[in-house]
Design a protein around this ligand. Sequence first.
Ligand code: ACO
Length: 431
Amino acid sequence: MGDDVQQGPGRGVEIRAITRDELADWDRAIALGFMRPHVAPAREWREALFEPGRMLGAFDHEAPGADGRPRCVATFRSFDTGLTVPGGALLPVDAVTAVTVNSTHRRRGLLSGMMRHDLAAARERGSAAAILIAAEYNIYGRFGFGSAAPLAGLRVDVLRSGGIRAGLPVHEGHRIDFATPAEFRELGPGLHERWRPTQPGAIGRFDAWWRLRAGEIDLPGFDRKQGFTAFHRTADGTLTGMIDYTVDDKWDGAYPDCPLTVRDFVALDRKTANALWRFVFSVDWVRHVVAANLGPGDPLPLLLNDPRGARSHEEAADFTWLRLLDLPAAFDARRYEAPGRLVLDVTDREGWTAGRWALQAAADGTGRIVRTEEPADLALDTARLATLYLGGGSAAALADAGLLTELTPGAAVRADTLLRTARAPWNQDSF
Ligand SMILES: CC(=O)SCCNC(=O)CCNC(=O)[C@H](O)C(C)(C)COP(=O)(O)OP(=O)(O)OC[C@H]1O[C@@H](n2cnc3c(N)ncnc32)[C@H](O)[C@@H]1OP(=O)(O)O
């Protein structure tokens, strides 16, 4: 990778994988790039995440640091994970994170260089797609990423909502108990692994994630606020759900005015989800329930006596972005809720997904995409196809906005019938 020394405006800057002993410089570059004070190097966390070849740095040979070595001025990290697609299969994806370029080196093509390296390597490793959480909307579309799994969090005024509807069934013998950090660490990963296939858009949680959340890894600046973790079990003791939340000790004079913030919500089935919400709304002193990380269409408002008590959370926006790298692998892996056939003319600056493709879904829910010479029904950029892939985007809305072109009348609605899913994709994990 060291051969990629930038020409042109980024001249003298080398993009390459970092070594383990460069972690401290890399960590400092991240703090500068994200404009955060570099209180103390997050050494332990970075060590836990280090994978040879997967942390890139850009090193400026013309501006050595105090130690005489080229200065690390940009960062980029990726790791492999599985992305749940409609139907429950785990698609192998390249998850991109820690993307920063120091303010002194922006708009010289360093992000472009690092992205080019990483996506090409991901394709070679067999990743069917790449995913990321975008800091700003307009950064990643040019690299073929489309917004694919937004967040639609809620802020509920508990008094106005009237709490949970009395008629919601209570299930005999089901119970909720607080968990210790040790129980969270021991039982959380298995529960999450069982939950993932049930939720398109979900991603894996690596071991270091659990260690960090359980307080076993020190990460300066990480929200260490003591939370409350509770497990839900059925009458026979089967673990079916988990919630983690914090409560702020806020008072309005002599009256409690505490917000309860949900940090993690895992429910294997709807009975469990409803029981966890009932529990949350029964916590004394709580005047607002804040759940910033919910998926679009989450039924929480319908559990309330007055759904108007639930308002859109101010951070509701696009969240997980997707870049398709291998169309046959991606489209063969997912399932389809209605049969149909559509020919797509895909443009892709990199050429990886470009061309004419016939997508066909059978009545049994399986589907496949193959190259074709037939005339196309829809013309669209690979980023728009990524928006539709997980079942949450709307081809009709994209067509209305002039973001894809119908070549046969009604093709956008046909695309929605083929690709959309009844339940929206949702990923609650920032990475
Ligand atoms: C997955 C994550 O980690 S998200 C976190 C992203 N990081 C941040 O937001 C931290 C602060 N910002 C930065 O570090 C940098 O500005 C970055 C990483 C966003 C961009 O890095 P740069 O090296 O400046 O990008 P680069 O020079 O390769 O730009 C490529 C193109 O994207 C455009 N672009 C870059 N950043 C932005 C942006 N924030 N908004 C809109 N367009 C952008 C450039 O103008 C350029 O366009 P062009 O091809 O038409 O000339």
